[in-house]
Structure formats: structure tokens, C-alpha cells
Design a protein. Structure first.
Length: 179
């Protein structure tokens, strides 16, 4: 298991990945872990299980985001330049951050629920989880939108709307958690 300091060193390194997408995913994983802890203290087995799934998924998406971005960069650097291939690669690169945004929205909703119904002593932890999840979801959604802008016509229909919905869900959960 990599230490947190090692993780931060890899993020700070002068490499294309990990980058913003991984950082957003890690924020969502931290949020899910806080929701998991608060749900455990509330003896909410379903909440614990779902938070654990979200945490695992967020970490997997951090890896996938780096892979998809590396693939898109490779296509962008090819000579001769093929705009259709670039658009398709950028559309594919948008999927991991879009999924991160959706996971973040669900983590924010779960954390907000635990903040409202769980143990009062853990409300601050669950609220922190909702805030982190919202930040991760918002950042990831914006990254997906940026990739979709480059993808243009190659972007599958509905992807931008999914990013918008994830951002709105996460913001609503944040508001609920803050009371």
C-alpha cells in the first residue's frame, strides 16, 4: 500500500498522470471513507457497504483516468495528425472523469444522509465527506466537459448532461449536509 506522502509525490511529479482526474477521484474516495466511518458508528450496514463500494470504485477510476488520458495524449502526438482519431480518443478520455463525478455525487448523497440521520458526534465527519465529494465531483465533471469540448462531434450524446446532473446532485447533497 502506497503511503499518502508517496501518493502526493506522484501527483506533484512532472508527469501527465496522475493529475486532476486522479486527484478528484481520491477526493471522492476520501469522502466515501468518511461516510463509511460515520455509517459504521451509526450501525448502518447498508451505508457502510455502499460507501466501501464507492471508495473502491473511485480508486479504480483514478487509475483508469490516467490510462485513458495517456491513450489520448498518444493519439494527439501522432504524426500525421488525425482529427477524427483525436476526437474519438478525447471522447473516450471523458468517460473516467464523468464516472468519477457520478461516484462523487453518490458519495456526497450518502455522506449527507449519514450527516442527517447518523450519530450527532459524527455529523462533522459526514459533512466533511459531503464537501469533499462535491469538490471531487465538480472537478471531475469539469474535466469531462473539457474533454468533450475537444471531442466535438465524436462525443456520445448525453455525456455533457450526465456531468451537469452529477454536479447538481453533489451540490444538493452538500447543501443538505450543511443543514
Amino acid at each position: 500500500m502506497e503511503t499518502f506522502e508517496a501518493l502526493l509525490q506522484s501527483l506533484a511529479a512532472r508527469t501527465p498522470a496522475p493529475g486532476g482526474g486522479a486527484a478528484a477521484a481520491w477526493a471522492c474516495a476520501l469522502a466515501a471513507a468518511l461516510a463509511e466511518m460515520a455509517a459504521a458508528f451509526a450501525e448502518d450496514a447498508d451505508g457502510v457497504a455502499r460507501a466501501r463500494e464507492l471508495r473502491t470504485t473511485a480508486l479504480q477510476l483514478a487509475e483508469r483516468d490516467g490510462q485513458a488520458y495517456a491513450e489520448a495524449l498518444a493519439v494527439r502526438r501522432r504524426v500525421p495528425r488525425d482529427e477524427a482519431q483525436i476526437a474519438a480518443a478525447m471522447a473516450a478520455a471523458a468517460e473516467p472523469p464523468l464516472r468519477i463525478a457520478e461516484v462523487g455525487a453518490e458519495a456526497a448523497e450518502l455522506a449527507a444522509s449519514v450527516a442527517m440521520t447518523g450519530k450527532p458526534a459524527l455529523r462533522g465527519d459526514a459533512m466533511t465527506g459531503a464537501l469533499l465529494a462535491e469538490a471531487g465531483a465538480r472537478a471531475a465533471a469539469r474535466l469531462a466537459e473539457m474533454d468533450l469540448d475537444v471531442a466535438g462531434h465524436a462525443a456520445p450524446p448525453g455525456m455533457a448532461a450526465r456531468a451537469h446532473v452529477a454536479t447538481r446532485r453533489a451540490a444538493a447533497a452538500r447543501d443538505q449536509a450543511l443543514g
